[in-house]
Every structure is written in structure tokens, then in C-alpha cells.
Ligand binder design. Sequence first.
Ligand code: PML
Length: 242
Amino acid sequence: PEYFSVRMRAAEGKAHELGGKHISGGERLCDHSQLGAIATELLAKASNHTRGSADFIQLVVEKVPSEQLQFIPPLDVSAIEVATVQEGHDKAKDQLAAAGVSERAIEHAFFILNHERNLRGAAIVNCETGERLDDREQKGVRVSRMDWNDGGQVEDSVRVREALALATKVAHSPYTVAELCWSDDPDYVTGYVSSQQLGYVRISPLKKMGCESGGRVFFVHNDVDIDSYMNFLERKPVFIQG
Ligand code: PML
């Protein structure tokens, strides 16, 4: 069958202005017969999340070449519960170091996630030097064109299911060393560290309740071809199959 990428983005502020606040997003892949239902589902998600506060909601439907479609298994999921945010940060740093990320790169990533208030997508950081390699500033890199092939029964929370699909796609690139993420949602304090070897390691709490800064950092090998890496993340269609 032919497949379509269906993407939704909702924000406050003008459509393409920097500083426009991202408030909801969604990524799906489906065949023609599901198109109407999935588009409706994503619009419902946008409207539930934003409760009327969005200045625009964008829905994009695009055919994906099925010969490019890849099927990959989800990362294994594990969880670490800690008593304090500081302890959560220490655990995350240990995991990242074990994956081969330098102390300097880890510190820069924590700086980015603590300070970039409006980081909408991900920042790409060199795992040795800590240098940020993408030129997207607050916009960051948005990982796109991935979905669960079976509806993703593995995890029952939509948030975790979406994050696991994204982390699985990111970890699949040979350029990726590890990922660090915590949400910019002030009410959600669980984050994760992931990589092909570590799997998807949920850490709770990884930030303070009420804190609005967050996002994702992808640590990459020194020899990364940044254009082909970003092309993979943004354009390559991937089905996660449990
Ligand atoms: C987000 O929703 O912005 C990030 C989701 C992180 C999910 C962490 C988890 O609970 O596994």
C-alpha cells in the first residue's frame, strides 16, 4: 500500500515567527484508508491540548515513498525512580557517560535544556566537544515521519508511546551516541536517557514541577555527516514494530 505522513503542529503566536510557542504536535504514518480518521484524531489532540489558546493549527498530509519505509523494533524500556531532581540528574549523567558522552558535552546539554526556554525541537551536540552542530536555534530539529505500526500497545500512555517511537528512530542512526530528554510541560517531571545499547531509560524526576524549560539533545559522533543525519531524522519514514 501507499503510506502518508500526517503531521500536526499547534502554536501560540504567528505561524513561522521565532518565539511562537509550540503547544501541541503529532506524527503519524498511515495508509489511505486511515487518512480521514488519523487527521481527525490529530485535530482533536490539538484542540484538547490547546483549549482554544492556539493561534494556528497546521495539519500536513504527504505521501511517503513506500520503498523508503523502514521497520524497526522499539528500544527496551526500563525505569529509575529517585528521591530528588539532583539524584535524577546524577543518574542521567552516569548513563550518558556510560554511553560514551564526554563530561563537557553532558554539561552543555544540561545547560541547553535548563536555559533554552523555547527549544521546540532537538539540539544536536557533538558527544566529544559538546559543540552544538545544528543551526536551528530555538526551533531545533523536529523528528518526523515515524509511528507505531500496530498502534503501539506496548505502552499505555500516549506521551510515553510517542516519546519511545521518537527515541527509537533517533537511536537507530549509527551517528547517534545517546539522547537526553525532559519535557517542557511544567506538569510532567519524568524524562529519559536512551541509546541503542542503554535502551529507553525513564528517570523520574528529572526536573522540578512547574519548570517550563526542557526539550531534547541528541549526542552524535564526531564524524557525523550533519546534513544526512538531519535528513534521516526529519524525512526518513520509519515504522516501529513491537
Ligand atoms: C514530552 O512529552 O515532551 C517528552 C516526553 C517524555 C516522556 C518521558 C517518559 O515518561 O517516558
